[in-house]
Structure formats: structure tokens, C-alpha cells
Design a protein around this ligand. Structure first.
Ligand code: C5P
Length: 412
């Protein structure tokens, strides 16, 4: 259970959540998803397909949700259950969504309680697909997914990884925390379109590290969480995403994003410049070390040496990656981040003018705020002087707000 779910909605507004479970081996992960929602205070009704019960028994779902479990349209006919469950739902999340269930929903079928529920519902519907790569890539599934997305159903990208058996590929179901996070963002933001389809996006995340000697380095407190959340939202809006990541916490990799791992500022500069080729949008969310030791010692520096080299490590300035991109007139929309204290808005405005980016997200990090935390807030400063406040929210919610603002800047 992640403590993210404790913030399912900041207002702690309990929702009626239907967790649909289709018949795939990933059904066991649906148990964790049910816990994510119930522990956040929501009322959960699990609606498995009959095939799902081959993997997890009804008793497990009943015990975890505290609600009865039915699979067919002829259960509790006196209560018109096949219509009622969908009508009363505030959110439907189907995890796993198999190729067959996706096909049946796309065809508008209502041959079990789950598909009937979806057909009736007017609330957000989120599908977390899980299937073998061949099925995911089959034109039939591609068409069904495209049809559902066109109709406003949110079909999450599956992860790339270990599938049933020993094979790996695209089609692995996201982890329960990732699904709950996306569902929360959908409910909170109320908008989820494929608005970045065809766009190439580069996002730097995490902190760079500069070696002093084989043991020590200069680093910073960035977790990479905001950059990864920006990447996650961009992936789900249809973008082709590359993350250039320095040191980060252990984070879920946004499904389908390319990740280039780097350590120093100069490594990051190289990787960002390489990825910038043909990019439409570049977001520098990384906390980049402004200075590095002039020389990296090959042996461990010792305390109390005659030259006192440990207490007087000489620093030299690193390249400014963001400014370099602007100065080179890279034809992309360029967004920077600024972690500030004291008078963050004033510092941010000065920084935007100095760096020349199209937009700057300013965070107030005084008193240890933001770094490593799950929530964020701040101001988005535009080149034309516009200031938009980004309200407190999870880093995914903040990322969705930042993307809404970036999309307004894009040509067409
Ligand atoms: O100057 P400062 O580090 O506060 O600027 C922050 C913004 O500039 C961030 O977007 C960061 O990723 C970027 N930056 C950079 N290269 C540096 C320092 C910061 O690209 N050397």
C-alpha cells in the first residue's frame, strides 16, 4: 500500500469505485488495487468477468472490498443490478483489461455484468491492459483501443516487462499504485485526451552528481518524481517520450518511455542535446549541479593532507544545459524549472529572463518542501509575463496542469 493512495482526492471525497477484473493472470494484482481504493476511503465494488474467477476467487474480492461479487447479468435481477452498478459508479477501473474484454467493450456488448456496467456508465472509465505482446500489437486490438480512446475511455499504456512465463515485452499490466495514481489524476483533472500524439518530448529528471574522488560526490535532493510524473502524463497523452535521468529515487518507469541514465551535468548535457534532435518539447525538470570539482581525484582524498585538498576542493562552473538549448535556437518549446526560497516568484521571473526559456515552473522549496515529496505546487511563468498559479496536488496532478499550459504554447 503506497501512501499516495491516502490522498486519492485531497478533499477525501469518498467515491463509488467499480474495479472490473478480466480473466488474465494479472488478476492477482487487482487485489492490491482494491486495497489502494478502500484504504483511501472509497467504496469499492469488484466486478470480475466469469473468467477472472479462474485466477482469483470471489471470496477474496468480497473480503477485500466488503461488498458482494457477481459476474452475470442475471444476478440480483430484482435490484436491476446490471444497470444499477454502472449508474452509481463515480469511477470504473478495469485491471487487468484483457484483449477479449477490450474487444467486447469496443463492440458495445453487455454479455456479463462488467460489460453491462461499462455500457451504462457515464463516469470516467480507465482500462489497464494486460496481455501478451502479440495480442497487444494485433491490429484488432489496436483498432479496439483506438475506438475506445476516441470515445473517451482512458486506455492506459501497459508496461514493457516480464509476462506470464518467461517471455517479456509490451503488455505487462501496470502496478496497482500506478493505476490508482492515474485514476486519481483522471478524476481530479477531468480531462484526459491524446493531445500530444505525434509529439516528441524530452524530459530531464532527478539530480546530477559530480565526483570529488572515488568515494565522494556533490549531489542534491531531487527525487525525479516530478519529471517522471510529467513523462507519465505525456505518455498517456500520446507523446513519444525520452527521459534523461540523473540520480532518482526508485520510481515506476512511465510505460513506453525511453530512459537514458546519466550521472554528471556534462553527461546530461550530451544526452539532452542528442535527444533534442527533432524534439517538439523539452522540459528541464532535473536539478542540475551548477559546479563540479575542477579535477576528479583518482584516489580517495584524505583528511589533513599537506595541501588540504579535501577541505578546499576547487570548483568550476558546469555548462547551463537549458541556456545552451535556448542559445542554440533549438526549435522546440523549452520549459525550465526553478527551485527557489525566500521570494520565489521574484527569483523565478529573473531566472526566466536570464535563461530565455518559453516557460518556467517555480517551486518554493524553503523549509525542505517539494524535494522527494509526493505533492507539489508553484507558479508557471510564461515568456510574455503571464503567471499561472499551479494549485497544490500530487505530482501527477501538477504535471497535468503543466502540460495543459504547455499545450497552449504549442504551434496549432
Ligand atoms: O539556475 P538554476 O539551476 O536554478 O536553473 C534551473 C533550471 O535550469 C532547471 O530547469 C535546470 O534543469 C536547468 N539547468 C540547466 N543546467 C544547469 C543548471 C540548471 O539546464 N547547469
Amino acid at each position: 500500500m503506497s501512501d499516495q493512495s491516502a490522498e486519492m482526492t485531497p478533499e477525501h471525497m469518498p467515491l463509488n469505485v467499480v474495479v472490473g477484473v478480466a480473466g488474465g493472470i494479472a488478476a492477482y494484482k487487482a487485489c492490491h488495487l482494491v486495497r489502494e481504493f478502500t484504504e483511501a476511503g472509497h467504496s469499492v465494488r469488484v466486478v470480475p468477468t466469469p473468467a477472472a474467477l479462474n485466477f482469483v476467487g470471489a471470496a477474496t474480492f468480497e473480503a477485500l472490498s466488503g461488498n458482494p461479487v457477481d459476474t452475470g447479468v442475471f444476478a440480483k435481477v430484482d435490484k436491476v443490478q446490471h444497470v444499477r452498478v454502472g449508474k452509481e459508479a463515480d469511477l470504473i477501473v478495469i485491471a487487468p483489461a484483457t484483449a477479449d474484454t477490450i474487444a467486447r467493450i469496443a463492440a458495445g456488448r453487455a454479455d456479463d455484468l462488467l460489460t453491462a456496467t461499462v455500457l451504462v456508465a457515464t463516469c470516467p472509465v480507465v482500462l489497464a491492459p494486460a496481455m501478451h505482446t502479440e495480442m497487444w500489437e494485433n491490429p484488432a486490438t489496436r483498432d479496439n483501443v483506438a475506438t475506445l480512446r476516441r470515445r473517451g475511455v482512458i486506455v492506459l499504456e501497459p508496461a514493457h516487462g516480464r509476462l506470464t512465463g518467461t517471455d517479456t515485452g509490451a503488455g505487462r499490466m501496470l502496478e496497482a499504485e500506478q493505476i490508482a495514481e492515474m485514476a486519481r489524476t483522471v478524476v481530479k483533472r477531468g480531462r484526459f485526451e491524446r493531445s500530444l500524439e505525434g509529439k516528441k518530448v524530452v524530459i530531464s529528471a532527478g539530480g546530477t552528481q559530480e565526483n570529488i574522488d572515488p568515494v565522494r560526490f556533490i549531489g542534491n535532493r531531487s527525487s525525479g518524481r516530478q519529471g517522471f510524473a510529467l513523462a507519465d502524463i505525456a505518455v498517456h497523452r500520446g507523446a513519444d517520450v525520452t527521459i534523461v535521468a540523473g540520480a532518482t529515487d526508485e520510481l515506476f518507469t512511465p510505460p513506453g518511455a525511453n530512459i537514458v541514465r546519466v550521472r554528471s551535468t556534462r553527461d546530461m548535457e550530451q544526452a539532452v542535446n542528442d535527444a533534442a534532435e527533432g524534439a517538439d518539447i523539452i522540459i528541464m525538470a532535473a536539478a542540475v549541479a551548477d559546479y563540479r570539482p575542477e579535477e576528479e581525484a583518482t584516489s580517495k582524498l584524505k583528511k589533513g593532507q599537506a595541501d588540504d585538498s579535501l577541505s578546499t576542493v576547487k570548483l568550476v562552473e558546469n555548462p547551463d544545459i537549458l541556456k545552451g538549448l535556448v542559445d542554440k535556437h533549438v526549435p522546440a518549446t523549452i520549459v525550465g524549472f526553478a527551485a527557489e526560497t525566500d521570494t520565489p516568484l521574484e527569483h523565478g521571473k529573473a531566472k526566466l529572463a536570464r535563461k530565455g526559456a518559453d516557460m518556467l515552473m517555480v517551486n518554493d522549496v524553503s523549509g525542505g518542501k517539494v524535494f522527494g515529496e509526493k505533492r507539489n505546487s508553484g507558479w508557471l511563468l510564461a515568456k510574455d509575463g503571464g503567471v499561472e498559479e499551479i494549485a497544490d496536488g500530487t505530482k501527477h496532478e501538477v504535471a497535468a496542469g503543466i502540460w495543459d499550459a504547455i499545450e497552449k504554447l504549442l504551434p496549432n
